[in-house]
Design a protein around this ligand. Structure first.
Ligand code: URA
Length: 436
């Protein structure tokens, strides 16, 4: 069925009225859109109908499948002759997990070839963070990408234009039509990219809380189940970690600052919550790999790679292979660094992820529109996190800014992110649950 024989307005109307669409209808709509035969305004209306009515599991798979068929697919496993693993996060504030997980897993002998995206919204995406490393090339040709994964064991690049072009178009449309945070649309968007990139086993980090698309554990579990079901349907193994995004992950929020923190974590001196998540994700990837080891042994090997320096050596080899300078000293620093100090004593009951992200965005660490350029040097470092006891005047955080004026605004924003009271901070581990 093609765009000539479906009437998009009729499909929009049927979905609006809560009816199910057939696989062929969904396929025609998505492929017609990817070819430019169906206009943005009709897909925008369709996304809004889906936002209110949802898609059932069959429709969600049909959507995912159509998005995959809109472009090329890669069989990285066949190219490497190995079982390939991948990880993906639904996105959160201070989320630099892939930067630390990649070299640790590769140092343990498991190849990781990852295609990542840029961030819109509050802070940069993985690619923006990597571009904070002077010289790092995010665009490798497919052959170069595969050769590097073979030779070095790791490559992290930008998603090629040929891979799931329908998602690129649809995501940009959803972003400006308030239709991003719909479970089936998120599941299809993430899984189409993961399935098209060819990994046989995938660890998904589903963020939950203030700074995430999914605000509650129940919603996050539903998203996890939808993505696992899509993976199984396509014959892939999928494990989902549900992780806390009520406060920023780790301490650093901002591109070069996050690269630095990822390197420190690979060196074994990262913040506790971030290190815990990185080690758990590494253990799960190693347990899913072709090494034939269990979770406990995976964890032991990941910790060993950090302790014996092989993970850091892999970091250096990887960054250099992609043209970057692997030294921490090469990262740009901001000209203005301002301390944020507590105005009152008590317990940090909350550290609002969105407020910290908004401060970082205003400093220039993220994009408001696709055309914005990112200032890699700026951001926020939260030295104190939820649950800590502080006295008035204690250092809470640092703001890294381009100008004094920007620093003053950000200091006030960051201070407002800290809720300091006399009550108890809610106990919440970084790892909330695992769905597999
Ligand atoms: N990340 C994606 O890749 N797609 C979504 O829809 C949401 C988060």
């Amino acid at each position: 069925m093609s765009a000539e024989v479906i009437r998009p307005a009729e499909l929009i109307q049927r979905k609006r009225d809560g009816e199910e669409l057939t696989d062929a209808e969904i396929s025609a709509l998505i492929l017609g859109y990817a070819k430019g035969e169906i206009p943005d305004y009709q897909l925008a209306a369709f996304c809004m109908a889906v936002f209110f009515r949802g898609l059932n599991p069959r429709e969600t798979f049909a959507l995912t499948d159509a998005m995959i068929r809109s472009g090329e697919t890669i069989d990285l496993g066949a190219a490497l002759g190995r079982k390939v693993v991948d990880k993906h996060s639904t996105g959160g504030v201070g989320d630099k997990t892939s930067l630390a997980v990649g070299p640790i897993v590769a140092a343990c002998g498991v190849p990781l070839g990852k295609m990542s995206g840029r961030g819109l919204g509050h802070t940069g995406g993985t690619l923006d963070k990597l571009e904070a490393i002077p010289g790092y090339r995010v665009e490798l040709g497919l052959d170069e990408f595969i050769a590097q994964v073979k030779d070095v064991g790791i490559a992290i690049v930008g998603q090629t234009a040929d891979l799931v072009p329908a998602d690129k178009l649809l995501y940009a449309l959803r972003d400006v039509t308030a239709t991003v945070d719909q479970l089936s649309l998120i599941a299809a968007s993430i899984m189409s990219k993961k399935l098209a990139a060819g990994a046989q086993a995938i660890v998904l980090d589903v963020k939950v809380g203030d700074g995430a698309f999914m605000k509650t554990v129940d919603d996050a579990r539903r998203l996890a189940e939808a993505m696992i079901s899509l993976g199984h349907h396509a014959g892939r193994e999928v494990v989902c970690l549900l992780t806390d995004m009520d406060q920023p992950l780790g301490a650093a929020v901002g591109n070069a600052l996050e690269v630095r923190e990822a390197l420190h974590t690979v060196q074994g001196r990262g913040p506790a919550d971030f290190t815990e998540l990185v080690m758990d994700a590494c253990a799960r990837l190693l347990a899913l790999s072709d090494l034939g080891i269990d979770l406990e042994e995976g964890r032991r090997r990941a910790e060993q790679a950090v302790a014996d320096g092989s993970a850091e050596a892999k970091w250096r080899q990887w960054i250099a292979a992609q043209g970057g300078d692997p030294d921490e000293s090469a990262l740009e620093t901001a000209p203005v660094i301002r301390e944020v100090r507590a105005t009152t004593g008590g317990v940090v009951e909350e550290l609002g992820a969105i407020r910290v992200a908004t401060a970082a965005l205003h400093l220039g660490a993220g994009r408001r529109t696709k055309a914005d350029t990112i200032d890699h040097a700026v951001g926020v470092v939260c030295h104190v996190k939820r649950g800590a006891e502080v006295a008035a005047g204690d250092l809470l955080a640092e703001v890294h800014a381009r100008t004094d004026e920007a620093a003053s605004v950000a200091v006030a924003d960051v201070l407002a992110a800290y809720v300091i009271g006399n009550g108890f901070a809610r106990e919440r581990n970084v790892l909330l649950d695992v769905v597999d």
